[in-house]
Design a protein around this ligand. Sequence first.
Ligand SMILES: *Cc1c(COP(=O)(O)O)cnc(C)c1O
Length: 377
Amino acid sequence: MGFSTIAIHAGNEPDPATGAVSVPIYQTSTYAQDGLGRHKGYEYARTQNPTRTALEKNIAALENARFGFAFASGMSAIDSVLKLVKAGEHVLLGDNTYGGTFRLFDRVLRNYGVEFDLVDSSDLSEFENAFKPNTKMVFVETPTNPVMTVTDLAAVAELSHARGAKVVCDNTFMSPYFQRPLDLGCDIVVHSTTKYLNGHSDSVGGFAALNDEKDAEWIGFIQNSIGAILSPMDSFLVLRGTKTLAVRMEAHDRNGRQVANFLAEHPRVEKVYYPGLASHPQHELAKRQQSGFGGMVAFETGSLENAKKVLEGVKLCTLGESLGGVESLISHPASMTHASVPEERRSQLGITDGLVRISVGIEDAEDIIADLDQALA
Ligand SMILES: *Cc1c(COP(=O)(O)O)cnc(C)c1O
């Protein structure tokens, strides 16, 4: 079956009690049991909730995964997956992941004895040399936030598996519509459903999808033990969001290309980061690995002063953190999403004070471009 058919039907069976076509919001904390030890598969809502189960089936199917787990946020999904790693074990972390992921490793997991090193996973020889005897996991994001560096997932999976390490890919930027990491050999996919999967900037959530039964059992155990579960209401919202994922991603991609082309030709823009541009250093890899380029575009304005003028000059684009919603959002990575990354590391990564990031929405492209044009002027 095609992607859109799966998106609309997987997990979305009519409600057995009433026939409701939309999976209801099962806003309940517990379930009546028929007798001692006899119940309908639902005992307590931290452990199971039918709305959440429907979403878990849905996104797992979209990622071509056997198992899926919905969490209260992208960060809690990542934290729960990291609980596959024990004290004294080592993780290779992409050097340009989401700022909150770096913070989780640096400020939290470190206290529990999880060792990690940062690695440029787009440079395969540096990546290969970074392994240690106790490396058990590799965590990458591609394309990276916000400078859009692409990692060859199939190559990283092969190198990692040969060294006994599992590969986790944060697929938030591409969504399963444009990139399916498990099909490329990765072991676990994580998402912030807050972004494209929900797509309407009205829910915070996270997801983990995988094929390995033993790891899935542990992640399910962690989900229930810690309880960072996605609520019934949010599960409903994300389930509604994924139904239109294909049409939204097509529109984000179409607009993203147009905005990137406009910026690339603008005299006030020094550099544009977008894998869809032929000038992007990994354009060929992106074309091979992804079926589209999406709506995330970053560009260099040259200084904090210039960036400020653009960020405060836009009228249609909304100044704000987050991404992946239907509305265009514009942000300043150095002071917003990446404020928790030390300044020295930021400058190594190209996250300068003049860098502006746009999550290109699905408004009419001409209107987004006109807005950026007047702000740049
Ligand atoms: C937003 C984001 C996260 C964190 O997700 P939350 O839902 O905000 O907890 C992780 N990874 C990426 C790539 C993100 O954009």
